[in-house]
Design a protein around this ligand. Sequence first.
Ligand SMILES: NC(=O)c1ccc[n+]([C@@H]2O[C@H](COP(=O)([O-])OP(=O)(O)OC[C@H]3O[C@@H](n4cnc5c(N)ncnc54)[C@H](O)[C@@H]3O)[C@@H](O)[C@H]2O)c1
Length: 288
Amino acid sequence: KDSTGIHVITCQAAIAWTANAPLSIEKIEVDPPKPGEVRIKIISSGICGTDKHILEGKDKVPLPAILGHEGAGIVESIGEGVTSVKPGNFLIIPQYSCLHPKGNFFIPPTGLMLDGTSRFTCRGRKIYHLYGTSTFTEYTVVHEIAVGKIDDGAPMDRVCIISCGVPTGFGAVFNTARVTPGSTCVVFGLGGIGSAVVMACKASGASRIIGVDINEEKFPWARDLGVTDCLNPQKLEKPVQEVVVEMTGNGVDFAFEAIGLIDTMVSQLEAQFGGWVLPVNMRYTLTS
Ligand SMILES: NC(=O)c1ccc[n+]([C@@H]2O[C@H](COP(=O)([O-])OP(=O)(O)OC[C@H]3O[C@@H](n4cnc5c(N)ncnc54)[C@H](O)[C@@H]3O)[C@@H](O)[C@H]2O)c1
């Protein structure tokens, strides 16, 4: 119990002890929220490509940690001074605070809360947070600035993707690239981010949206979202960027890379002949 009578919660979480190893389901203790913090019962969490990069050791964050950074949940308790939410409120947990129209605040990647401590322990060891979020757990603690109150009737099993995937894709299209009506676009990668990019290109009035992926199971879904042409680079006789340039005459107006590979970033650049270039996965530079 802390000074305001809030208890430590014991629950389960998926711990990343090291990179290149499976997540381990463990019993953890979650401390009460400190001033300005919110403790949340997680209802759903997306799995982002960035979680995968961390587990593969490609993105370095302090470990052991509780990964996951696109979650939806219900406020369990609040720390002193929290005014924007109260217990029982439904939330999404974006990793950004976007109050300023020109910028956002990204929680520093120290793996700790802003006071320099962690709210998680497992088997007596301190467990790090991820980007001030950590959603692969039954309960988490985040800063008040990293929560977004949503309607009680929101579909809690799906709304979590509005915390990361959807704003990353829509932000890239609307805020950074500013796709124009009638334009041609190519989207490399038709996963979570790529799907959001496709939806935003369509909403911007793009007349042709070429989707590129090596997993053809993504194609019917991508077509439903707005992709007009699907390409599997593994089935082409020449580099995909050459095919895109041929299909479009002189390249596309806007190219998006939503995979996270150097090779496909180069293809994305080359698919575009004098237009906007936008690597979706340049984290910290994109708005959401
Ligand atoms: N900038 C940000 O804030 C931000 C936010 C979220 C994700 N990301 C990054 O965006 C990228 C995509 O994330 P996601 O969650 O959409 O991942 P995802 O796993 O859902 O989607 C990746 C897609 O790429 C496809 N793919 C893999 N290799 C390919 C290849 N060689 N050629 C063509 N297609 C290939 C996969 O089949 C899959 O459909 C990751 O690098 C992630 O780190 C950035």
